[in-house]
Structures are given as C-alpha cells and as structure tokens.
Design a protein around this ligand. Structure first.
Ligand SMILES: [Zn+2]
Length: 1072
C-alpha cells in the first residue's frame, strides 16, 4: 500500500503525529498471517473487545423501567395476550428462566430514554436464548429476535432520538424454542427439560459510525483472506486494512472518517466489463414444519417477514423472494396488518412471491395429480392475492427431483427452475449449475443451481468468490444467483448482509453483485446463454437422504391412500352434479382437504424427517381428510344409485374390471344381488372372516349392480405338495410357497415360465424378508448408507403357517414370522380368481433400533435395467454398479410398481403404500420399514399394515397390464348398499396406454375436467367416450385456463385424443 497516502490522510486529523511519522521509517517486513490475524482481532467479538472496534458498537446503556410477564396457554393473539397481561401480568426481571419448551410468554417492556441521548441511535437489546417477536404497543408485529447462531438480538427504537417521547412501551412474545426447535443437538428430539433464560433486556446507544467502519474492515479482511495468495488484489486488501487499523484510534471517533476514506478508495476501484455477475436476492427458507410444528411455522413466518419488511424501509434496493402460498395464507389469516404491509412491497416488486406451489413439497413421493394440485392451488393463490403468476418453480431444499416435474411445471405456465440440493450429493458432483432439464416426456425447462451451494448465504466475500469459481458452466454463462438470508426462524436477511452488498457490488477482484429478481436473472440467461447450455435428461437424483423413501411409513401410507380418496370423491361428486342428483359440488371442503394433503407433502413431513409432534399433527390432518372424504364419497354414490339392501360396486379406474370384491357387511347382513340378468350366475363365496366374496365385472369409471362377467375364469385351488410346500393356482399363475412364506416357484401357467430364481445357499427366495443394520453417518431419519447392504440377514424363523381361505374365489395361507425378540410379521399370501398376481397382505409389529426391513424377490430375469413407476409414467435405472453414478443409486424411488423384464418376459412387484426400492442384478427389493431415532425417537415403532404383490408376465409389462394391475391393487373395487338398473360407465377410453387419472369439477366454470395421460411411453391415439350429456370439449392447462380455439375433436360422440409418450392433457368438458 502507498505509505504516502497514509501520511496524507492522517495529517488531516493529527498533524503532530504526521510530522513525526514523516521523518521515521516505520515500514516493517509484513507477515501475511500476522497481518491477517491483526485485522481479525480488530473486529473480533471474542478477543480484545475492550480495545477493539467491535467493543465500540454500543455505548451507554440503561435498564428498562419495568418488565411485566404473563405466561399464556398456547399461541394466542396479541389481543388475548393483552387481556391476560392486564389481569395476570406480574413484574419480572432478567435472570429468570422460562419454559417448558413450546410454551409462550408475553412481556410488557417500559423504558425511559435518557434526555442526553438526543441525536443518538437507540436499540432495545433482548436475549432470551430463544425466538421472540417485538410488538408495538398497538399490536403491530415489528421484528423477530433470536440471539442464537449469531442472529438478530436488537430492535432499532430510533435512529435519531429527538427527545420527545421519553417513556415508551414495547411488547415481546417469547416462544420457548430455538431456530431448530427445542432439541439439544441439531436433529435430536426435543429436550423436555429445556428452559430459556432472559439474560439481556436493556436499551443501548448504538454507534453507527463504528458499525460502518467495522463493516469496511471486515470486507477488506475477508478479501485479503479469501482472494488467492497469487492475486495482487488480496495483498492490496491486506495492506489497506492494515493501514486503516494504523490510522484508527478506537476511542477517538474523529479518526473514523479518514479510515473509511482509505477503505472507500479501495472499494470503489471497479471491476472490468467481463466480470461475472451475481444476482443477489434476499431469501428466508422456512420449513413449513420440521423440528417444530406447523403452528410455530406461522409465527416463524411472521417474525422473519416483519424483520424483512423493516429492512426494506432502510435499504431501498433490497429485494426478497418468498415461496409457499401456504405460508402467505397463514400470515394473511393471523397477521392481517403485516400482510397488508407485505402486499404493498409485492406491488413494488420488492417482496417477490416465487415458486407457484402451495408448499415446497417433496420432489419424489407425491403423485402426478398431487404435483398438479401443488401448482394449481399455489398459482391460484398468487393470482387472487397479488395478480401474478409465478414464472419459476422454486424448490431449493428437497431430496431429489422427479423426471415428471418439467412437464408439470410447463403445464402450470412455468419454464424456469431453481434448486441447489444436488450439491449435497455424497458421491458424484453434478456437472452443471445452469442447464436445460428435460423430463420423461421430453419437456425441458431452464434450471439453475446457485453455485454457492447454499440458499442461506450472507453475501460474504468467500461466498461471492465461490459463486464464480464453483460455477460449472463457465464460458457458457456469466451470471449466477445468490440467495442470502437466514432461514427457519433466523429472521431472513440481516443488515450486515446489505452493508456487505453496498461495499462489494462493484469492487475489483470480486464478482459484480446486483440486487436482482428471478425474472431478471432468467431473462438474461434465456437471451444470452440458452443456446449454449447443456441438457440433463431424466431425474435429478440426490445421492443422499434415500431413507426418506421409507421413514415414517404411516405418513406415506396415508398419503397414497388419500391422494386416491380425494380423486374418488371428485369423480362421483362431479358426476352427481352433472347428472343433477347433487345440488352443490363441495368445492370449499375439497379445497380444504386437498390443501391439508398438500401441506403434509412438505419436504420434511412426507419424507419423514420431522419430529414426533409434526407426525401427530400430520396424522390428525389425514384423519380429517379420511373421515370427511369417505363421507362425501358415500353421499355421492348414494345420490347416484337407488337405496336398496343389495350392493352396487364402484370402479374408479378407467378400464373394465373383472375381479373378486369383498362385500361390506356393516349391517350384519350381506345380500348379494340386484343385477337382474346375472344374479343367478354370480359366483360368490365366503372368506375366512365370513364376508361375502363375489366375482364381478364393473365398467370403466362406473357403477354396477353385482354383475357376473360372461366368462368365469378357473377356480383357485390350494394344496399341500409332497415336499411340504403349499401350491396355489388359478389357471393364470401357480405359486409354490414354503413354511416361511417364501416363494420357491412362481409360474405363468400358459407358458410354463418360472419367475423366481432361488438359491438355498444364500437364502434367495421370493418374498424373503431381510434385515439390515441401518446406522447412517449423521442424518438419521434421512439417510441409508450404501454399507447397509453389507449387513444382510435373512429372516427364516416361521412360527406358524396354515391355510386360511380355501374357496373357489380365493385361497390363502397365513404365515407368522419372528423378526427378532421384539418384532414379528403376520402375512396373508392370497390368490384370487382371475387375478394375475399373488398378493402379500402384511402386518408387522416393529420395535427396532437402527434396523431396516426389506423384502426381496430374486427374479428369473436377465436385465441391465429395472423399470420404476413415477408420476404419470416410468423410468429405468441400472441393475449394475458399473460407474460411481450407477453405484450411488443403491436405493431409489418407485411408486405403485417396479418391473424387471427381459425380451418377452418379466416380473413386476406392485405395492399399495411403499416407495423405496432397490434392484441389484436380478434381485428386486421393496423397502418396508426403518427405525431411525432422530428427530423422532418413536419413528415407525408399532403396528403396520401394507400389501405388495408379485406379477409375472409374458411380453412387455405394458401389454401384460402391470400398470393397470398396480392401480387395481391400490384402488380396490368399492361396494355400497344400493341398486342401479344397469352397469354404467361415466367415461371410458379405448386404448390401454391412455389412462384417465382424474375427473373433477372445473375450478371456476360449470364444467368437468378430465386428466388423461399416456402411460406406456409411446405415442398414442385414443377415443374417450362419456355417458354424460356433454358435447363441448376444450383443452386447458392445469390452472384450467384455456384457449377457446383449442377445441378437442369429436367423432361419433367420442373425444379423440393424441398423446406423446408420457404426455398428460387436461380437457374441460361442458354440459349440453
Ligand atoms: Zn427445507
């Protein structure tokens, strides 16, 4: 650094020193390390605070005049808290501990600002070791506080005290939880003994000049430290900061300006035109529930957003992006004042709603229809509230991204996508930051991963440098996003971050930084770089957190079940409305139920990475959906049929089904009958519980009286074989099962082909239960590591195996197995008349610690890829470990089925509520239960029920009906009391590759919406027929917006559709 400059500047403030300095040679050989540490100590909050700059931030201070406290029950409104404060408030003071965890305490603070503080900036400093909100005396939320993790512990009462209002009042709402809930470690379960002590409550004079100087020193120190040693600029920063420290007398504020001038000269030396540009956006990733319940999230949003709005007053460039319509809705309901302030900033383009979804959902597990509803409800909310539709999908923090997402996004009017989670992959580094992402149907979107690998940056020098150096598409793009702000109750962006921005926005040596927004960033990429970008095809697989496909089995089971239940309600309610037998479609109730389901799909709830308290809340929401949904369904079916004691059967799949149905006997009497023509020929039997079974035919998406199909398949038989096994046969398949319930042979009878390849030596049989040790490195509920595969232990301890059903329609055995001294399995293996698969209805009493239960099927198939169902389609993954990328996919997600096929032959494994799969060589496994202990020590302990099925097939799985079989397993025929003159199909389609997934009422018009998709992975044409009086059909997007011209062709009363592989379409259908 230029020594003469130092002399010049210092001469302006201290002539005597300058004169003597000019005569002395004070240059020393400088050690980089010592000089850096000198600067570090000068702003340290741990060392030398009595003589360093940090120690000068606060000057005079005084205690509050009074603190009154009241403990309230639950999270109450300001009004209720004031009422209680008035009647029960008592004086308290610092040093008092408050609890228990999750409790709420309110405080009334009164203070007198001393008259000699006129002209000073005055702060309230509050540290209760937990989250808190400052409220004004008229009940406006002002700012969130939380001292831990270096977050904000002060509220600015005035920046320039005018001496007028000496006595003031503020309120504090204290929440007995920290940023990460109430555990003692990051992901440990809540600690019930924890309390929070009020250690600081006072008003202080803040020295803004010292603060600004401190930010200068910090910036230069960071540049000196983090720019490479080979970089001249690093040394320039080092010598500049050293020079500044030489010039500062911390106790003499008159020396501050000169030091700031030294910094200013350095910081305003500009970048070149070609420098990388960083688009900074304020951000506050708040998990809708995780280590805290939904109700606390509502307050976390309010605390963080109040702080953000406050900061917007002080920094006029500052922009903030915010996702999750659900969180906006919470704030709208609970904090109307805050919400209207927020709305003002939305109008100004500073508080920017992003993402377009109801919550930031899990990216793997929701169904295709649920994905669509996330966008439908999200976009609808943003449009109604703010008049905008999001143009980017925002999902920075979920555990892998389905290859169906690009198409769903596009159907919601979105072609841009932001995440960063793939930077967490343990094994392989994802090769791009900015690229085209192409889904299974060929739809592409523009994807960006902020290169700082972080969605809670602090605009620090090292993060800005990383954004440039870590950018993997250098040369193709010269722009990147940086999201800054503390999430999860950390209050969002902080003043420090915005001060750094001011200093670094155009400073030679650091990438250029601009305060930006997603549109601005993506438009630049689209215009300048799009043609040069690489394309990634297929799913974005996260090589971490694969345990989340299995953890918290009950949540996953309810999710699957209720996704279908709501679709069933929509089908029959909308048909009833169109037929005029139902007065009013229950839109409001269905909206509520869908939103509850979508909320539980949040990326720490459905994946199972939440605390027990969250699980309890989620299950309560599910219970409401189930009870209300079933009642709506029953009402709808009853409206569509005549009352009778006989039965009708409902089919919610879009193909005709002939299968065994169990008739309900809730009234104690079951009376098969009602169908006129086939009543006498109806094939019935009783199951082992005394229920009536009937082999019936029901048309596509329809209702039928008990009707027998024209052709009755062979009856089912069961027999003991000479070698002590049991043989089940139904003319389609024949299965040989041993006393442990293991499948020794499974044959397609027609071709006499064997589906299972057994090995006694390694205990490889069909339906072999296996246990693994399951101890991850850290993220307990989240992670299953590859080394668990080296701990395989087959379960072979059957306690009993007996025949249960033995009738023409169904044969079954029941097997009991001990897993360990604390856990056991009871399984019914059954075969139905006419059914192409063997069903395994399983109950597990599960009480384990860090064990993983799977079931294996070694298939007699040679295939290098296995196929797994995803949303509206399927994809393939390797069965080998050729490369590190293949090997890292040792646990993968699949929905209702997975299949292993060679030419002309294959075997599929269906399931009714599982998602975790693995396939190595010929062994296809289904992941059943885990037993992690953090953050929920009770995760998955207790009783479970689930069903899977083995489906061997000739030809391709598509032609063999595997996809339909998996739907049938998940959506059993439903029987209700009632009668209907003849079978009726509301909608049918003539091509098995085309599935009608959804039939619902239009959101805003008197119409119905059909969602159809191509399920086989090829181009398909189909005719869709309806028995309803409808004649006008228009294609629409998933928000049900349409172009009148996009009319669907009708011929011979059928809607003609043409679909690309895995394409889904939405069609709006109007009444005559
Ligand atoms: Zn998150």
């Amino acid at each position: 650094m230029n020594f003469s400059l130092l002399v010049t500047i210092r001469s302006s403030c201290s002539t005597a020193i300058a004169k003597s300095g000019s005569k002395m040679d004070r240059k020393v050989m400088k050690s980089r390390r010592c000089t850096l540490e000198r600067a570090e100590k000068f702003i340290s909050s741990d060392y030398f605070t009595d003589v360093n700059l940090r120690g000068r931030l606060y000057g005079d201070k005084t205690s509050l005049s009074s603190i009154h406290h009241v403990a309230v029950t639950d999270r109450v409104s300001f009004k209720d808290a004031m009422r209680q404060m008035k009647s029960e408030g008592k004086p308290t003071n610092t040093g008092t501990a408050y609890g228990p965890i999750w409790a709420t305490h309110w405080f009334k603070l009164t203070f007198d600002i001393p008259s000699d503080w006129i002209g000073k900036e005055v702060h309230l400093v509050w540290n209760s070791g937990c989250e808190a909100m400052v409220w004004s005396d008229i009940g406006e939320p002002l700012m969130g506080l939380n001292k831990s993790y270096d977050r904000k512990d002060y509220y600015i009462i005035t920046r320039n005290y005018d001496g007028k209002q000496t006595c003031q009042t503020l309120y504090i709402e204290m929440a007995c939880n920290g940023m990460f809930g109430a555990g003692s470690g990051l992901i440990t379960p809540p600690d019930v003994n924890k309390t929070y002590t009020l250690s600081t409550a006072e008003i202080r004079v803040f020295n803004r000049k010292a603060y600004e100087l401190l930010m200068d020193v910090e910036t230069l120190y960071d540049m000196a430290k983090h720019l490479p040693e080979t970089d001249q600029r690093s040394y320039q920063a080092l010598y500049t900061v050293n020079q500044m420290i030489n010039s500062i007398h911390v106790s003499d504020e008159t020396t501050y300006d000169a030091a700031r001038n030294i910094a200013k000269k350095f910081l305003t030396e500009k970048n070149g035109d070609s420098q990388h540009t960083i688009h900074a956006m304020g951000h506050c990733h708040i998990d809708s529930a995780w280590l805290w319940p939904y109700d606390e999230t509502k307050r976390k949003c309010a605390r963080s957003w109040a702080s953000t709005l406050q900061l917007m007053e002080d920094y006029e460039d500052f922009t903030f992006v915010c996702s999750q319509a659900q969180q906006f809705d919470w704030v709208k309901t609970n904090y109307p004042g805050l919400y209207s302030r927020l709305k003002e900033q939305v109008k100004r383009g500073r508080f920017i709603p992003v993402g377009g979804t109801w919550v930031e959902m899990d990216g793997n597990l929701p169904s295709g229809e649920a994905f669509i509803r996330q966008f439908l409800y999200g976009q609808k909310f943003f449009k109604e509230e703010f008049g905008i539709q999001c143009k980017e999908f925002w999902l920075p923090d979920t555990f892998g991204y389905s290859a169906q997402l690009p198409q769903v996004m596009q159907a919601a009017g979105i072609q841009r996508f932001l995440t960063q989670k793939l930077s967490w992959s343990l094994i392989n580094k994802f090769p791009h930051n900015t690229f085209h992402w192409q889904g299974i149907d060929g739809t592409s979107c523009l994807a960006h991963f902020p290169p700082a690998d972080n969605y809670s940056a602090e605009l620090q020098v090292q993060e800005l440098l990383k954004t440039s150096t870590n950018q993997k598409d250098k040369g193709r793009v010269n722009h990147g996003i940086m999201l800054f702000g503390h999430g999860d109750g950390g209050g969002g962006p902080k003043e420090d971050m915005l001060e750094r921005y001011e200093r670094l926005k155009n400073c030679d040596g650091i990438p250029k930084v601009c305060m930006s927004n997603p549109s601005q960033f993506f438009e630049i990429i689209e215009n300048e770089s799009s043609a040069n970008l690489c394309t990634w095809v297929g799913e974005l697989y996260l090589e971490l957190h694969q345990g989340t496909f299995t953890t918290q089995a009950m949540i996953k089971k309810m999710n699957r079940k209720l996704e279908f239940l709501l679709q069933h309600v929509e089908l029959f309610q909308s048909v009833g409305c169109m037929q005029g037998v139902i007065d009013k479609y229950p839109s409001d109730v269905l909206d509520r139920l869908w939103k509850q389901l979508l909320l539980n799909q949040f990326h720490d709830v459905l994946p199972g990475s939440c605390t027990n308290q969250v699980v309890v809340d989620a299950l309560a929401l599910y219970e409401d959906i189930e009870i209300t949904g079933n009642s709506l369904l029953q009402k709808a079916v009853e409206a569509l049929v005549q009352p009778a004691k006989s039965f009708v059967v409902c089919n919610t799949n879009s193909w005709k089904r002939s299968e065994v149905v169990t008739l309900k006997t809730s009234t104690g009497e079951d009376q098969p009958g009602g169908g006129k023509r086939q009543k006498s020929s109806l094939k019935t039997a009783r199951d082992n519980e005394g229920n009536t079974l009937a082999y019936v035919e029901v048309p596509s998406l329809g209702i039928s009286p008990l009707t027998s199909p024209d052709e009755i398949p062979e009856r089912v038989t069961i027999e003991n074989t000479s070698d002590g096994h049991i043989l089940l046969q139904n003319g389609i398949i024949a299965a040989t099962i041993d006393m442990n319930g293991r499948v020794h042979s499974m044959k397609c009878i027609r071709s006499d082909r064997e589906a299972v390849r057994t090995s006694a030596e390694t205990n490889h049989y069909g339906n072999q239960f296996v246990m693994f040790d399951d101890i991850p490195l850290f993220w307990d509920a989240w992670d299953v590591m590859d080394y668990h595969l080296e701990t395989r232990k087959p379960i072979v301890s059957s306690t009993s195996c007996v025949i249960l059903d033995q009738c023409d329609l169904r044969c079954s055995i029941i097997v009991k197995l001990n897993i360990s001294s604390t856990s056991c399995i009871e399984q019914i293996i059954s075969l139905d008349m006419g059914c192409p698969y063997l069903k395994f209805s399983t109950k597990v009493d599960w009480n384990e610690n860090h064990k993983f239960l799977k079931v294996e099927f070694p298939m007699n198939v040679r295939a290098v890829n296995a196929t797994y169902e995803i949303q509206f389609g399927h994809l393939q993954r390797p069965t080998h470990r050729n490369t590190s990328w293949d090997s890292a996919r040792y646990e993968v997600v699949g929905h209702k089925w997975a299949d292993l096929s060679e030419y002309g032959w294959g075997v599929a494994l269906l399931n009714d509520c599982k998602y975790g799969h693995s396939c190595h060589e010929n062994v296809l496994s289904l992941s059943l239960l885990r037993s992690p202990k953090s953050p929920d020590p009770d995760a998955d302990m207790g009783q479970h029920e689930f069903t899977y099925a083995l489906f061997p097939h000739e030809g391709t799985f598509q032609d063999a009906g595997v996809i339909q079989g998996a739907y049938d397993l998940n959506k059993p025929l439903m029987s209700y009391h009632g009668n209907i003159d003849q079978p009726i199909s509301f909608f049918e389609v003539d091509n098995p590759a085309v599935i009608i997934e959804t039939v619902k009422k239009g959101e805003s018009t008197n119409s119905m919406v059909l969602r159809i998709y191509e399920a086989f992975g090829g181009q398909a044409k189909a005719n869709v027929k309806t028995s309803l009086p409808m004649n006008r059909f228009v294609r629409c997007n998933i928000m049900e917006e349409f172009n009148q011209a996009d009319v669907v062709t009708i011929q011979d009363g059928c809607i003609q559709v043409s679909l690309k592989p895995f394409e889904f379409q939405s069609i709006m259908v109007y009444l005559d």
